[in-house]
Write a protein that binds this ligand. Structure first.
Ligand SMILES: Cc1cc2nc3c(=O)[nH]c(=O)nc-3n(C[C@H](O)[C@H](O)[C@H](O)COP(=O)(O)OP(=O)(O)OC[C@H]3O[C@@H](n4cnc5c(N)ncnc54)[C@H](O)[C@@H]3O)c2cc1C
Length: 407
């Protein structure tokens, strides 16, 4: 008899995708167990995915009633969009009711760390077990299920495995899938700045093109509960490591937000953004599914990273629940449908984030002319200013719905 622990569904990774997958499975009556490489008291600093989209909130509310309400209560909705072009204002709009009229607002701006804390509470309420310090090291699938080996020497048997183990996914490697795509030319500096309670900056999302006060770099400032996210787009010949040194960061923050914020940098990092997706989201036996950053990495403009990871999670749970109920050939179809849908969604999301990235990198002469023309017209023609305000985030549209048929 096998000494392996038997589970219905295993999930690799307790990031937002893995935790949402477990909640979405529990909501469909399928017990799930999470295997997480890191210890329970790990540091998850960095505000990261602050923009939780309304559709994501509705998904989370559906799979665990109350969760989205917590994220809405804890998060904030900024009412103002403002855009500057080389030191001059080209667009500003303040909404009376920025969240909309429904119970769930259009978005909630909240540090990812806080979102994850609420997800962990939700897992405890739903009775989902998380095994910490338990990295997935080996995956072997067959027509009947999947066997997983973890770093603590244990073996696990399950009907299905969802690989939600992030960009460096072991599960992806184990099923023989690989990332394909490219990376941004520029580096980006991303910093978190603590709010100054007694004299806060107005609640606005600010984009400044070629800000002359920071050497003509693009600057994005976005509020979240308790602080601000500052993104600075480096020039191609910048050395980002030099720019994120303490004194340089204090100087940036002093220039962009004022002296009162300069000592409030709590986290800073620099990135080149990868734009990649796995060449397949499922294994040959249709027993392993990749979701979230294990399946795709996107530049963050347009906030498609965590939001699309949670959409993957919900679809993966739906497919696995249907497959468990189905007879064998139909079960395969359910998993293939997941791959068809989410691979197409990832392609679409990559294209959308790529459009934003190309726009920001400024190496397309037609786009550059369009920006210049819009900036020149913005004073007398509001749609030109609105174009400048909107374009850095790429298209707002959702991925198309995919079926396995031709139509
Ligand atoms: C600076 C920055 C800014 C961002 N901004 C945004 C934004 O504005 N909007 C947005 O939507 N997204 C944003 N993102 C992306 C967002 O943070 C990610 O999309 C999100 O964290 C992905 O979630 P995930 O659960 O798929 O992967 P992760 O969060 O990476 O979680 C993977 C989990 O798997 C665990 N793990 C790894 N290997 C193993 C293993 N072998 N076995 C078991 N467990 C394992 C890891 O420890 C981790 O807990 C940003 C990211 C960064 C870095």
């Amino acid at each position: 008899m096998s000494s392996a622990t038997e589970e219905s569904v295993l999930i690799a990774g307790a990031g937002p995708t893995g935790m949402s997958t477990a909640l979405a499975l529990e909501a469909r009556g399928v017990p799930a167990t999470i295997l997480e490489a890191e210890p329970e008291d790990r540091d998850r600093s960095g505000s990261r995915a602050i923009y939780v989209h309304g559709t994501t909130l509705r998904t989370l509310e559906r799979v665990h009633p109350g969760l989205a309400h917590d994220l809405v209560e804890e998060g904030l909705v900024w009412p103002t969009r403002r855009t500057m072009w080389r030191g001059k204002k080209v667009f500003e709009r303040t909404y009376d009711n920025p969240g909309g009229h429904g119970e769930i607002p259009h978005f909630s701006s909240i540090p990812q760390e806080t979102t994850e804390e609420y997800m962990l509470d939700a897992l405890a309420e739903a009775g989902v077990e998380v095994h910490w310090d338990c990295a997935v090291e080996g995956v072997e699938s067959s027509e009947d299920g999947v066997r997983v080996e973890t770093s603590d020497g244990r073996e696990w048997d399950a009907e299905y495995l969802v690989g939600a183990d992030g960009g460096g996914s072991t599960v992806r490697e184990e099923i023989g899938a690989s990332f394909e795509g490219d990376q941004s030319e520029n580096s980006f500096i991303i910093a978190d700045i603590d709010e100054v309670e007694d004299d806060p900056w107005p609640l606005e999302r600010l984009f400044h093109y070629d800000d002359p006060s920071v050497g003509g770099r693009n600057v994005l400032l976005v509020p979240f509960t308790g602080g601000w996210r500052l993104d600075i787009q480096c020039h191609e010949d910048d050395d980002p490591e030099e720019l994120i040194e303490d004194e340089r960061m204090r100087e940036f923050v002093r220039t962009v937000m004022g002296e009162r914020y300069e000592e409030n940098v709590t986290w800073v990092s620099s990135y080149k953004f990868l734009q990649v997706m796995a060449d397949t989201f499922v294994d040959d036996h249709r027993r392993v599914l990749l979701a979230g950053e294990a399946a795709h990495l996107l530049a963050p403009f347009g906030a498609r990273g965590m939001n699309s990871g949670i959409a993957d999670a919900d679809e993966a749970a739906s497919a696995v629940a249907a497959a468990i109920d189905a007879n064998r050939p139909t079960a395969r179809d359910e998993i293939e449908l997941y791959a068809a849908r989410r691979e197409r969604a990832a392609e679409y999301n990559l294209e959308a984030a790529g459009t934003a990235l190309e726009y920001l990198q400024g190496d397309n002469p037609i786009t550059n002319r369009r920006k210049e023309a819009a900036a020149a017209l913005a004073d007398c023609f509001e749609p030109a200013g609105e174009y400048l305000d909107d374009a850095p985030y790429g298209p707002h549209t959702a991925p198309p719905i995919v079926t396995t048929g031709n139509y």
